[in-house]
Design a protein around this ligand. Structure first.
Ligand code: SF4
Length: 279
């Protein structure tokens, strides 16, 4: 008999990733010489597939070529990448997610006001670097309540939150800053797709015997889903695809819950579900 698998109400590709992957696929059907700075999305399997079809990934400004098309990833890039691409006459296809653009615009506004920009998120994450770059000026990045508690000497600040950050943790961090900083502007820049995936993950993790989060270790939103599920259901596992499923983990589980990060495609999710069902 097949093991029962329940899938979260919201899981897998978000609108930003879906649009980016589909647009890039369409361009790749018509053009050669397509470059991207870093990863389009944080999924090694998808990136390897795109690279095998000819997408050229560059990681340093100096590697930007002098002809072809440059695709801007969903997390965005620093302004100098656009400047360099324009200077070299490259065609630019900007696939920065609209929610990341929105964060960049709020960050610019904060810096323009002359108050301190505080970004709640992962230091050195592509999205955070693109927001800091767009904003210019001085900013600090914090990731935990402890880091918020260590902040001193700021009188006025504007807060931007990484689009994939966990809502409850962001609220706790902001609570600490509220007691320390006299004037605070808070922009809730956690995206809708993240909130829906986190909420439905929480619900399902509580009502299943074990739980699987599918996605890449480099994917911030996948890691957050894993942390949330693990805090509710101790039998939670994170896998990149079906090859990482260990059937022994599910031998005592009647119902297994499944969710997937926003950069995990359906074919990977379906492969994992099938494997668990037949474990
Ligand atoms: S998770 Fe949100 S911000 Fe990130 S690409 Fe998807 S829709 Fe955009």
């Amino acid at each position: 008999m097949k093991r029962k698998v329940k899938v979260a109400d919201y899981y897998g590709y978000c609108s930003g990733v879906d649009l980016a992957v589909n647009t890039l696929n369409r361009i790749m059907e018509k053009e050669n010489n397509i470059y991207i700075f870093g990863d389009l999305i944080h999924n090694r399997i998808v990136m390897n597939e795109l690279k095998s079809r000819g997408l050229k990934v560059i990681n340093k400004v100096e590697e930007i070529p002098s002809e072809g098309t440059i695709v801007i990833r969903t997390h965005g890039v620093r302004p100098e990448i656009y400047d360099m691409a324009r200077a070299k006459g490259l065609k630019i296809v900007d696939l920065t997610c609209i929610f990341v653009k929105r964060s960049q615009n709020f960050a610019k506004k904060v810096v323009k006001e002359g108050i301190k920009l505080i970004i709640i998120g992962e230091r050195n994450h592509d999205e955070i670097l693109s927001i800091q770059g767009a904003a210019g000026g001085d900013s600090i990045v914090i990731n935990s309540v402890d880091e918020a508690m260590a902040i001193t000497g700021i009188d006025k600040a504007g807060i931007i939150i990484q689009t994939t950050f966990e809502r409850e943790l962001a609220k706790s961090i902001i609570g600490v800053l509220f007691d320390k900083i006299n004037y605070l502007e808070v922009f809730n820049t956690i995206c809708d797709a993240t909130e829906k995936r986190q909420e439905s993950c929480k619900r399902l993790a509580a009502e299943t015997d074990s739980f699987v989060v599918i996605g890449d270790q480099k994917s911030s939103n996948t890691n957050r889903l894993y942390e949330i599920a693990k805090s509710i259901n101790a039998n939670t596992y994170m896998v990149a695809d079906k090859n990482e499923i260990d059937c022994d983990n599910f031998k005592n589980s009647k119902i297994v819950g499944v969710t997937a990060g926003a950069s995990t495609p359906d074919y990977i999710i379906n492969g994992v579900i099938k494997k668990i069902e037949n474990c």
